[in-house]
Design a protein around this ligand. Structure first.
Ligand code: HEM
Length: 335
């Protein structure tokens, strides 16, 4: 075939079939991720398939000059930016114990002037449990009870862990971290890398974290014994009823040597960290509903001045969040 004809044939193939095959493969991966979460935690109509137990809150964010030096995003203007928040307990069960050695979540939506939004969902661990999206469903399935025994199959779990040692880093972190005493005393990390930009081509890769002004506080083994499984929501309502809670928004700046695409690897503590603003939570929903209920927090909804890195886990998050949102909204009668 002549070069021109070849080019025409190739573009016709892309137009007719190849692209849709690719799009379909992606949908299947996201669906199998959400199905795996349902398999592990059971089906809970109306609930998120991950971070199922949680509470809506709201407040504002004020960015500062250090943030403006790194990004042109309007969130750092220094004006008060309204924020919708959701605090959660890791896992797909709305009945998860607040004493679980799992992550706590802090999801945020910043409402920027002109209608733009910034969404994110952060966790109380500096690393995630998979470095590639294709590990997600098999990771969850390996931890799912075998119907015959009521327990995960130990050989299957060992085989997965041996073949994927990178997926054990988050569990190692959580095993040595105390269970958070309050949603307001956990440190929340964004985990994935993003590029902050002041102008096209002037970028700096960062990872962010929200550091609680109240300090990081966990529960002792003694305290855990005397506490029930549901204390986090009431504790946050009480605490915010007495005065707003705040988090320092910090950016860890990547060095040229740092891995930008593997969320199971933390960057060295020696990296420069700057405080770029303050998050204030001054209202908590009085019940289990609220403004955050019908929302999803898709970390690819970014304002101008902040761009995603090439981290494949970050780039795979939008689809399963939308699928989970679609399933749970379809299950609830909102009339
Ligand atoms: C391929 C990787 C991932 C998959 C398949 C996945 C899947 C999901 C799904 C299905 C939901 C429920 C969404 C909804 O119904 O609105 C969710 C929520 C959540 N995810 Fe992920 N996730 C991934 C990566 C991450 C990472 C890297 C983080 C941490 C930085 C994270 C933190 C959270 C949090 C905190 C929530 C609860 C958000 C809320 O309160 O609405 N996830 N995830």
């Amino acid at each position: 075939m002549k070069p021109l004809l070849l080019a025409i044939a190739a573009s016709a193939a892309v137009g007719s079939g190849l692209l849709s095959v690719q799009a379909h493969a992606q949908t299947s991966q996201a669906e199998s991720q959400v199905n795996a979460l349902e398999g592990l935690a059971g089906k809970h109509p109306g609930s998120r398939r991950s971070g199922a137990k949680g509470i809506c809150a709201s407040g504002h964010f004020v960015g500062n000059a250090a943030g403006r030096e790194l990004s042109s995003a309007a969130v750092f203007s220094g004006e008060r930016i309204p924020v919708v928040a959701r605090f959660s307990v890791g896992g797909g069960s709305p009945k998860a114990s607040d004493k679980s050695k799992s992550v706590r979540g802090l999801a945020l939506q910043f409402q920027l002037p002109g209608g733009a939004q910034w969404q994110m969902a952060n966790i109380s661990a500096p690393v995630f449990f998979v470095s590639k999206p294709e590990q997600f469903a098999p990771f969850v399935q390996a931890r799912t009870a075998d119907p015959a025994t009521g327990k995960p199959n130990p050989e299957k779990l060992k085989a997965f862990n041996d073949a994927n040692p990178d997926t054990l880093r988050q569990a190692a972190y959580l095993a040595q971290a105390p269970v958070p005493a309050s949603y307001a005393t956990a440190n929340y990390w964004g985990v994935n890398a993003f590029e902050f930009e002041t102008a096209p081509g002037k970028g700096q890769f960062v990872r962010w974290q929200f550091v609680p002004e109240a300090g990081v506080m966990g529960l002792s083994e003694e305290q855990l014994k005397s506490m029930g499984d549901d204390f986090l929501a009431a504790e946050l309502r009480d605490r915010v009823g007495k005065g707003a809670v705040a988090f320092d928004f910090r950016l860890q700046l990547a060095d040229a040597a740092d891995n930008l695409i593997d969320p199971t690897l933390a960057w060295p503590d020696s990296r420069k960290v700057v405080s770029a603003g303050k998050l204030v939570i001054d209202s908590v929903s009085p019940d289990s509903g609220g403004a955050c209920d019908a929302m999803t927090f898709n970390p690819l909804v970014l304002p101008a001045g902040i761009k995603p890195s090439a981290d494949p886990v970050l780039n795979a998050r939008a689809a399963p969040y939308a699928i989970s949102l679609g399933r749970r909204l379809g299950e609830v009668d909102r009339k």
